[in-house]
Design a protein around this ligand. Structure first.
Ligand code: BTN
Length: 277
């Protein structure tokens, strides 16, 4: 009995080490112009977005990617926190310095959602859709989200994806319906490979964006949008806008037909309205 204890703990440690994301492999295979010229990997950090902003303050060039195994103060949209299962999630932020008007930035954020959805649907046949503006869903449950933050001329696009493992323990902590990519793929996904694929997509989308191709970027996003044609309620500040989601404009706004006219919403939180509500 005494003999087996150390062996068991060594095995456990080895498994843990193997479960860590291999950031140097990601750097080696990445075929990008701008995104990922430098990858900063942290086993544990407060927030990859915060770290990318700190690097930006210190003069870091655009394209740097901050990746973490786990976050102690992960940030979500609207002041929420973002929790993760260490070793099972993808948590990363891309530092960019786009030469554009701030009113264009929502398009960059939709572009990041499109990058994830394109990679996961075409590369892994996982039916990922988007819920305007930045939720990634599979079968109606959230599998990831995007948080774009800006400071000075720096823009940080932060992406969190629940990749592997069962969603139940996270779900219990968050209190909403979550899922993981593994659940729909049927096997654990290689996180490094997913990260490379998404970064390469983001790189292409960023080139399009920088070239003024906003409509093209939004076009890529629209293919995945799940709320169009649906009855929705959108909280916009203190106001609740109810109606049918009609379109996403070329500048990334959601058009809602309220029955009394159309509203173009640039920021808000969408909820689907089901028959029973
Ligand atoms: C959302 O609320 O849906 C957006 C969640 C974004 C979470 C990611 S995880 C990596 C990056 N760092 C953060 O602190 N937040 C984003």
């Amino acid at each position: 009995m005494l003999k087996t204890e150390p062996i068991a703990s060594v095995t456990l440690l080895t498994m843990k080490a193997n479960n860590c994301l291999d950031a140097s492999w990601v750097r080696t295979v990445l075929g990008t112009e701008v995104v990922g010229h430098r990858i900063c990997y942290y086993p544990r950090i407060d927030s990859t977005n915060e770290q990318a902003l700190r690097l930006a303050d210190a003069g870091e060039a655009e394209g740097t990617v901050v990746v973490a195994e786990t976050q102690t103060a992960g940030r979500g949209r609207r002041g929420r926190c973002w929790l993760d299962e260490p070793g099972n999630a993808l948590l990363f932020s891309v530092l960019l310095r786009p030469a554009c008007n701030v009113s264009w930035l929502p398009v960059l954020s939709l572009g990041a959602a499109a990058a994830c959805a394109e990679l996961l649907t075409s590369g892994y046949s996982i039916p990922v859709v988007t819920k305007w503006p930045n939720d990634l869903l599979v079968a109606g449950c959230k599998v990831g989200g995007i948080l774009l933050e800006q400071r000075g001329g720096a823009v940080v696009v932060g992406i969190g994806l629940n990749v592997n493992g069962p969603p139940e323990s996270l779900e219990a902590q968050v209190g909403t319906a979550l899922t993981t990519l593994e659940k729909h793929y049927g096997a654990p996904l290689p996180r490094e490979e997913v990260l490379v694929g998404i970064l390469e997509k983001i790189d292409g989308i960023y080139q399009q964006f920088q070239g003024g191709g906003l409509a093209e970027v939004v076009g890529r996003y629209r293919r995945f949008e799940s709320v169009l044609g649906q009855s929705v309620q959108v909280s916009v500040g203190q106001e609740m806008v109810r109606g049918t989601a009609m379109a996403v404009t070329d500048t990334g706004a959601l058009v809602v037909d309220t029955g009394k006219g159309q509203r173009e919403i640039t920021a808000g939180e969408v909820e689907l309205v089901t028959g029973s509500q």
